[in-house]
Design a protein around this ligand. Structure first.
Ligand SMILES: O=C(O)CCC(=O)C(=O)O
Ligand SMILES: [Fe+2]
Length: 313
């Protein structure tokens, strides 16, 4: 009876031979067990722990912020080359002299002078004072006239009160700086400048911490410029205010596999990069102050070229 009870309680790892041995005296029974028992529970727990550690290491690496350009340093030129994504395959056939073959990023802090930055910031402030988004992100596009206004856009050139807002000098400086950026991009990426064109949208941006009201206020989503704006081949940003002095948050972040790379806005800093998925990026939410920048965009496709803006009477 006792033996029967024991056999009904048998557990994994106990062999026929052990059961037979049950009938032996206690001291002998212990030594007769066959081989070590496999503790599956322990193995499973260890495995879970290892997987957990691997996940933590992976994500901590992916979220690690490595500065590419801090606000404090003045960088005459800093660049990094990155393998081009496949995004350009088709365009390489159509625009061989312009489509990126050498992809990457470049930061130039001395291309645009402080007085040019001051003049451009002044244009942005004047223009945006005529409108502005109810949410945190406002734009002013001098080419099309688009100006954020409440939860929508108006044409600044149709606003009576904006008729005398801009001068010829404003447009001159805007085009002059744009041309410098155009040349610098062509030089850096080794392409023919005559086959590279300014494209839409090229615009001033103003970002504040105000809560978003529409999708246009949500600038912080990771994106690829070439997907958001189809015509883009090269994106550049000219920052007009300084990270940590004029605003908090608002750093530009490249999302790379190994770690993220940050570009801290600095007045006069030009940050240019190829617009494909090799340069997935986002802008951190601005938590304090006001951030001003200009997005200056370039295409290799002449059908998407835009002209310099002109004073309208
Ligand atoms: O303002 C910036 O730093 C970047 C904005 C941006 O990513 C965009 O307009 O696509
Ligand atoms: Fe972007």
């Amino acid at each position: 009876m006792a033996a029967k009870q024991r056999s009904s309680r048998k557990s994994p790892g106990i062999t026929k031979q052990t059961l037979k041995a049950d009938s032996q005296p206690n001291s002998e029974r212990e030594t007769i067990q066959l081989g070590p028992r496999i503790d599956w529970r322990r193995i499973f727990t260890r495995l879970l722990m290892i997987i957990g550690i691997m996940i933590v290491v992976y994500f901590s690496k992916a979220n690690k912020m490595v500065p590419f350009a801090t606000q404090k340093e003045e960088i005459s030129k800093r660049s990094v080359e990155i393998g081009c994504s496949k995004d350009y395959a088709e365009e390489l056939k159509h625009f061989p002299g312009c489509t990126p073959r050498k992809c990457g990023r470049v930061v130039l802090d001395t291309l645009v002078s402080p007085s040019e930055v001051a003049a451009l910031l002044n244009i942005a402030e004047r223009g945006l004072s005529m409108g502005g988004s109810t949410g945190g992100a406002s734009i002013l596009d001098l080419h099309s006239g688009a100006l954020s206004h409440g939860n929508a856009f108006v044409n600044i050139y149709k606003l009576e009160e904006a008729k005398t807002l801009f001068t010829i000098q404003d447009f001159k400086i805007y085009s002059y700086v744009k041309n410098k950026i155009h040349h610098a991009i062509a030089d850096h990426f080794g392409i023919n400048r005559n086959e590279l064109y300014l494209t839409h949208p090229t615009f001033f941006s103003r970002i504040t911490p105000a809560p978003p009201q529409t999708i246009h206020d949500e600038y912080w989503h990771p994106h690829v410029d070439k997907e958001t704006y189809e015509s883009f081949h090269y994106t550049s940003l000219l920052y007009l205010t300084d990270y940590r002095y004029h605003f908090d948050g608002g750093r530009f972040i490249f999302i790379d596999k190994d770690s993220n790379k940050t570009v801290e806005p600095r007045a006069g800093r030009v940050s240019a990069f190829t617009s494909g998925s090799e340069n997935l990026h986002y802008v951190e939410r601005v938590t304090n102050g006001t951030r001003y920048a200009i997005t200056v965009s370039f295409t290799c496709d002449q059908r998407h070229a835009i002209n310099d803006p002109m004073l309208r009477k």
